[in-house]
Design a protein around this ligand. Structure first.
Ligand SMILES: [Zn+2]
Ligand SMILES: [Zn+2]
Length: 418
């Protein structure tokens, strides 16, 4: 396809509406598998665009199909769930929503990962592609995926017959907003995002009065020692040439200062890019937990419960080269190469299940001036909030324009010219 100026020019007509949509989604985030309002809004907009719409694919997922003659089938994927985070951005469209987490707790909810931007950009791209349908041929399968944050949504949609009920794709495309300068796009070829495993660990002690520690087996001390010892897995057991992360993201025990509780819970998150390293780290974590329980004299073995697991995301090198070249033509030298990231994604499950290449890229959401100033001052980690931070707030522009442009351009690259 030649010049996309005319196709992308329509963005000027819909930018205002997309901005309103983005702010509305941001103010109304929903937790994984509870994205009912979001799904309804997506379905309504897809119908208005004339796509064949199916809701409740993999519980709350939405699929829109746009058939436009003989040609390749391209899967476009946007995820749409939010996180149990109390928003502190101070934006006038900040979320004040609450939800119920899988354990039944009332929690704040925030689009702290930018999935609201993904939905907005994909709907914008679909609008442009519908308007330009005389210029391309093929089929678009637009996937709006629930529950990415718990690593369950892609699997749920596939288990619900995604590739039997809808056209099977030749390529899977998707994008994620990231804390680098808005207006730029980052590409990674090959293993791009780490595998992630979440494990709930329960350590058992013996409860007692806080004044009589001799009658207890203190799970708080047991858990504390475990957390400290777990810090040695990556630093002492993993080769410096391999990449792994072990984070204890949650620790829970007790109710009151003068009661020694009878158990403690740790939630451990493990990242890796290599299956052998992954197995090695998981084994080390379990070994240390068991050993600390023995060291404390625990009378009951610790328990391990998997919370989620994400596979490594592998960007097909040939598909990434092709997509990168198309994006460079449109966006220029603001398309750059990135190193692999230790974030995780379940988007790769689509391509793996369909047996086709995946290309998943990143687009910037950080205010460029602020980013460059922070980079200069070496305060990026303090001043530029990352995904999942209560302060994560992509600037709407040029983030939205870049996301729509990238998604539209990539889709047209993989569809046939007319
Ligand atoms: Zn996330
Ligand atoms: Zn995300």
């Amino acid at each position: 396809m030649g010049d996309l100026g005319a196709v992308l020019g329509r963005l000027d007509d819909i930018r205002g509406d997309l901005t309103d949509l983005y702010k509305d989604l941001h103010a109304n985030p929903e937790l994984s598998f509870a994205e009912h309002r979001t799904a309804a809004e997506v379905a309504r907009r897809l119908e208005a665009l004339g796509l064949e719409v199916t809701t409740e694919v993999g519980r709350t997922g939405v699929v829109g199909v746009l058939r436009n003659g003989e040609g390749p089938t391209v899967l476009l994927r946007a995820d749409f769930d939010a996180l149990p985070v109390l928003e502190q951005t101070g934006l006038d469209y900040a979320s004040t929503r609450r939800g119920t987490d899988p354990d039944g707790n009332d929690v704040p909810v925030m689009h702290a990962c930018g999935h609201d931007m993904h939905v907005t950009c994909q709907l914008g791209a679909l609008d442009l592609l519908v308007a330009a349908r005389d210029r391309w041929a093929g089929t678009i399968v637009a996937v709006f995926q629930p529950a990415e944050e718990i690593g369950a949504g892609a699997r749920a949609m596939i288990d619900d017959g995604l590739f039997g009920r809808f056209p099977k794709p030749d390529v899977c495309l998707g994008q994620h907003v990231f804390p680098f300068p808005s207006g730029s796009v980052g590409m990674i070829s090959g293993p791009s995002m780490s595998a992630a495993d979440g494990i709930k660990v329960t350590m058992f002690g013996r409860g007692a009065h806080g004044s009589q520690p001799q009658n207890s087996i203190d799970p708080v001390v047991m858990a504390s020692a475990t957390v400290m010892r777990l810090q040695t897995v990556v630093s002492r057991e993993v080769a410096p040439s391999d990449t792994a992360v072990v984070t204890v993201g949650a620790i829970k025990a007790g109710t009151k200062d003068n009661i020694i509780p009878d158990q403690a819970e740790l939630r451990v998150n493990i990242r890796s890019f290599d299956e052998q390293v992954r197995e090695q780290v998981i084994a080390a974590v379990k070994r240390i937990v068991r050993a600390e329980a023995i060291a404390a004299g625990a009378e009951r073995e610790p328990e391990f419960e998997p919370l989620h697991d994400f596979p490594v995301l592998v960007n097909d090198p040939a598909a990434t080269d092709r997509t990168t070249a198309a994006l460079r033509k449109q966006i220029g030298d603001r398309v750059h190469q990135m190193d692999p990231v230790t974030g995780s994604e379940d988007v790769g499950i689509f391509g793996t299940a369909a047996g086709v290449p995946t290309c998943y890229w990143f687009f910037g959401g950080a205010d460029e001036e602020k980013f460059l100033a922070a980079k200069q001052a070496r305060t990026l980690s303090r001043d530029i909030p990352s995904n999942h931070s209560p302060f994560f707030a992509p600037v709407v522009e040029p983030t939205l324009t870049t996301g729509v442009t990238a998604m539209t351009t990539a889709a047209l690259e993989w569809l046939a010219d007319r």
